[in-house]
Design a protein around this ligand. Structure first.
Ligand SMILES: C[S@@+](CC[C@H](N)C(=O)[O-])C[C@H]1O[C@@H](n2cnc3c(N)ncnc32)[C@H](O)[C@@H]1O
Length: 287
């Protein structure tokens, strides 16, 4: 293996000139060296090293993939979410920081259910397992169940559950269809597909699975179906919480109110968008 006559710093500067962010270039350089992505200090200490021929070939491939708009998380096969390092691949949506709002809301509600038998959560459309695993990491006594209609997505979620040693029950199901009618939960959370089919943002999401993103009926088809199905599986006093589009909060509130939910409210994400909406299922209080 011969060194190529470029320093690591030269390579990174060239990639930036071609259009890459500095951070992405640094992370890809670490990845090309098979180093953990949290070792940027190593890069600073070695930026005058000559790059090896084999590493250079790998680096060029990685840079080209990123310049073609492939998300960094798919290139390196991992994404951090709520302090957990999750494996991801193109079968799953890359977990977003905004989704941590939903996790935090569920965690705030958890102490309401102190009886062991009531400590169970259902995550509908789990993808990489992000929400269920983040919740389980903070609430070890809860029994968490996670559903997805995609077998390939569930394989990723099962891997993450084993790798992180966070036991979760996984079920292949079209929303609640394969969940036994007798099962009831205290918290049902969901980040379902909610993007309108002709939304211009989809052009930037071309690498992610379309089945994780798009819903008919102005993006509300899946949320509407879940609102109807979930009531069968919510015990008295349980909560149903959604993540949805930045402009869908009012419509989701109306869906929950029409279905008979109480305490219906919305929460803002890190960017100040009304990103989550939920309510309490308390049918005994309906006149
Ligand atoms: C927006 S992604 C959310 C993934 C993950 N919960 C997260 O927050 O990163 C929506 C997920 O719902 C799943 N999904 C779509 N339609 C479904 C259905 N009918 N039943 C169950 N899961 C479904 C998709 O496969 C995808 O994993």
């Amino acid at each position: 293996m011969r060194p190529i006559s470029f320093h690591l710093a030269n390579c990174i500067d060239q990639a930036i000139q071609q259009g890459l962010d500095r951070l992405d270039a640094q992370l890809l350089m670490l990845w090309a060296h098979e180093r953990p992505l949290n070792q940027r200090a190593w890069l600073l200490a070695h930026d005058q090293d000559m790059i090896q021929e084999e590493t250079y070939a790998k680096w060029l491939q990685l840079v080209n993939r990123r310049l073609n708009q492939e998300p960094l998380a798919y290139i390196v096969g991992q994404q951090d979410f709520y302090g957990l390092q999750l494996q991801v691949n193109p079968a799953v949506l890359i977990p977003r920081p905004d989704t941590e709002t939903l996790v935090e809301w569920a965690l705030e509600l958890a102490p309401l259910f102190s009886q062991t038998l009531d400590q169970n959560l259902l995550d509908l459309g789990t993808g990489s397992g992000a929400i269920a695993l983040a919740f389980k990491s903070q609430q070890k006594s809860w029994f968490c169940t996670a559903v997805d209609a995609s077998e390939a997505a569930l394989q990723v979620a099962v891997h993450n559950s084993h790798h992180l040693n966070l036991p979760v029950e996984f079920i292949l199901s079209d929303w609640c269809n394969n969940i036994s009618k007798t099962r009831q939960f205290s918290l049902i959370v969901s980040n379902p597909p909610y993007i309108v089919p002709n939304d211009s943002h989809l052009a930037h999401l071309q690498f992610e699975p379309i089945s994780a993103l798009v819903a008919e009926n102005q993006g509300l088809a899946d949320i509407t179906q879940i609102v109807h199905q979930a009531t069968l599986h919510l015990r008295n006093g349980a909560y149903l919480l959604f993540e949805h589009g930045y402009d869908q909060a009012e419509q989701v509130r109306q869906l929950l109110i029409q279905q008979g939910f109480s305490q219906v409210q919305s929460r803002q994400d890190l960017g100040g968008n009304w990103r989550c909406t939920g309510g309490c299922w308390n049918p005994s209080s309906i006149l």
